[in-house]
Design a protein around this ligand. Structure first.
Ligand code: KIV
Length: 271
């Protein structure tokens, strides 16, 4: 008989407690079961099935082409790979902007069909109705402010946001409004550390930074950047903990050489 799991799964409640206790929240993106199981095993608290899968998995230049079906597919895989981490599914472009009812239905699919424990969406004022609709019905929502990649064609570049006073104040107000609408956490992307600090100190809910300095309650990176799988992307906020592009290339070259000279498989690797 299968034993009940002794692993205590991370919940949105736990993240709030972590903020209150000053325990940093560790988040990473994941798009498949294999990576999810490794990151879960390593103790990552939150796995985000980010729409960055459009760049990392699908090879697109932006996240705009990612569909709800794509996120459902990848979230199902991540769900199967992880048992402890909180799984957050990103709502892709145009899955929540048209109407709060449609946003609500799509968020419901990410939870019911894909197995997400929460959803994430980008923006402030313009998504408040959708956030309130979801949270009132028990769908945990993570906000995302600052550089919001789905608005890349509106911004015109991936430069840091909130450097000017007016935009900084808007981001600050949006963070408070998202909290009031019921969000359980907010990603702050590429904003000045001082602004992220002010927001973090003003909120009851945790902030998760990416290029937003050290004072956020948690940090997130795209795993492929953090592990050095991506090579031509060097923003200052990415710290590379490995150089897997080179190490994998080397391993594949050695395998190729062995196959070509008939050295693989050898006798002990054969039946
Ligand atoms: O899609 C994504 O991976 C994200 C993170 C970078 C926060 O939104």
């Amino acid at each position: 008989m299968q034993q009940p799991s002794t692993v205590r799964a991370v919940t949105t409640r736990r993240l709030l407690d972590m903020k209150a206790q000053g325990t940093k929240i560790v988040c990473l993106t994941a798009y498949d079961a294999l990576m999810a199981s490794i990151f879960d095993h390593a103790g990552v608290d939150v796995l985000l099935v980010g729409d960055s899968l459009g760049n990392i998995v699908q090879g697109h230049e932006t996240t705009i082409p990612v569909t709800l079906e794509d996120v459902i597919y990848h979230t199902k895989a991540v769900r199967r790979g992880a048992s402890r981490a909180l799984i957050v599914a990103d709502m892709p472009f145009m899955s929540y902007q048209v109407h709060p009812d449609e946003a609500f239905r799509n968020a419901g699919r990410l939870m019911k069909e894909a197995g997400a424990a929460a959803v994430k969406l980008e923006g402030g004022q313009r998504v408040l109705d959708a956030v309130a609709r979801m949270t009132a019905a028990g769908i945990p929502v993570m906000g995302h402010l600052g550089l919001t990649p789905q608005s890349i064609y509106q911004f015109g570049s991936y430069q840091a946001r909130g450097r000017e006073q007016e935009e900084a104040e808007q981001i600050y107000r949006d963070a408070l409004a998202l909290q009031e609408a019921g969000a359980f956490a907010i990603v702050l992307e590429k904003i000045p550390a001082s602004l992220a600090k002010r927001i973090t100190e003003s909120l009851r809910i945790p902030t998760i930074g990416i290029g937003a300095g050290p004072w956020c309650d948690g940090q997130i990176l795209v795993y492929a950047d953090m592990l050095g799988l991506t090579v031509d992307f060097h923003p200052r906020f990415v710290r590379r903990y490995d150089n897997l592009f080179e190490r994998i290339t080397d391993a594949v070259r050695r395998y190729s050489e062995d196959v070509r000279r008939g050295d693989f498989p050898n006798e002990s690797e054969s039946y």
